[in-house]
Design a protein around this ligand. Sequence first.
Ligand SMILES: O=c1[nH]cnc2c1ncn2[C@H]1C[C@H](O)[C@@H](CO)O1
Ligand SMILES: [Zn+2]
Length: 365
Amino acid sequence: MVAPATSPSYEQIRAAPKAVLHDHLDGGLRPETIVELAEEIGHELPVGDPAALGIWFAEASYSGSLERYLETFVHTVGVMQTESALRRVAAECAVDLAADGVVYAEVRFAPEQHLALGLTLEQVVEAVLAGFAEGAAQVAGRGGPGITIGTLLTAMRHAARSMEIAELAVRYRDHGVVGFDIAGREAGFPPTRHLDAFEYLQRENFHFTIHAGEAFGLPSIWQAIQWCGADRLGHGVRIVDDITWDADGRAQLGRLAAYVRDKRIPLELCPSSNVQTGAVASIAEHPIGLLHDLRFRVTVNTDNRLMSRTTMSQEMALLVEAFSYELADLQWFTVNAMKSSFIPFDQRLALINDVIKPGYAKLAG
Ligand SMILES: O=c1[nH]cnc2c1ncn2[C@H]1C[C@H](O)[C@@H](CO)O1
Ligand SMILES: [Zn+2]
């Protein structure tokens, strides 16, 4: 498809203020950092050269299966086992996102995966929060809009520590942790396994998202929303399975799809990641086009920048190419993300009105 003349250029996309709600800390390391940290703690990598390692991650993740995609994380989690490593990775994450024009990010990671060398859960969380603060401060010193980062604590769905991690998230709610998530293999590990954690979070008036409807379909989305009470859906892309077409070619929403749209439940869509795990055949065929047209609360996200060799600008550029989106669409995705974020309402509004809208207005000239 040929994009119309109004399509934004890559430079405009990079310059545009962007917001990301779904980005994994352990899926976004710089390859050079992995190599250096691996040497420090004696972790064996599949490839020693940083450039080759970057390619290795992307190729190994392009597996057509979420299970195999997740196997590569052994080499990122493996080097994130000390306070200094966690702090460095988090600081670099803030700097890298800001350099790409991201003004608001929610970055998630699973504290329980960083205990191999004896750190406590609290030490892990505090090191990451310190790293985000350090990176954000570096960026703020450079002028420009800077970056605001909220941290999400993830529990692994195959494990049994979700209640503990939910309590940890609530304990750090006034120190940068803004929400909770569950991630990992979806098939065989329904969100209802962690119902006690979600019920606890609701009683605490806290926020959470659930990876659902990525490798597994509608039942997972239904459970995440109707049993667990998720505020947002991590991916949620399989909601398209509840949309059919009538004889006149009009989209018919099933009960669950209608509920998700009516309630404005945010979808954290991650186009490149979905292609790598086989959830979607190609960017051009990604349901984001349909979901955008049907006015679902769609957001665009990176998921794992290292594994997908991507950035927010890159994800948006791929969508511009596939769906001929204009700056107004990119602003819509960005405002959707801010509206769906887990920071307080007044802070969301300030970013939308003082940073995002003026940024797009300037680009539109
Ligand atoms: O897209 C994903 N689906 C399910 N789990 C994921 C995805 N991306 C990363 N993870 C897992 C692997 C990480 O180690 C963990 C915490 O960030 O979350
Ligand atoms: Zn994810």
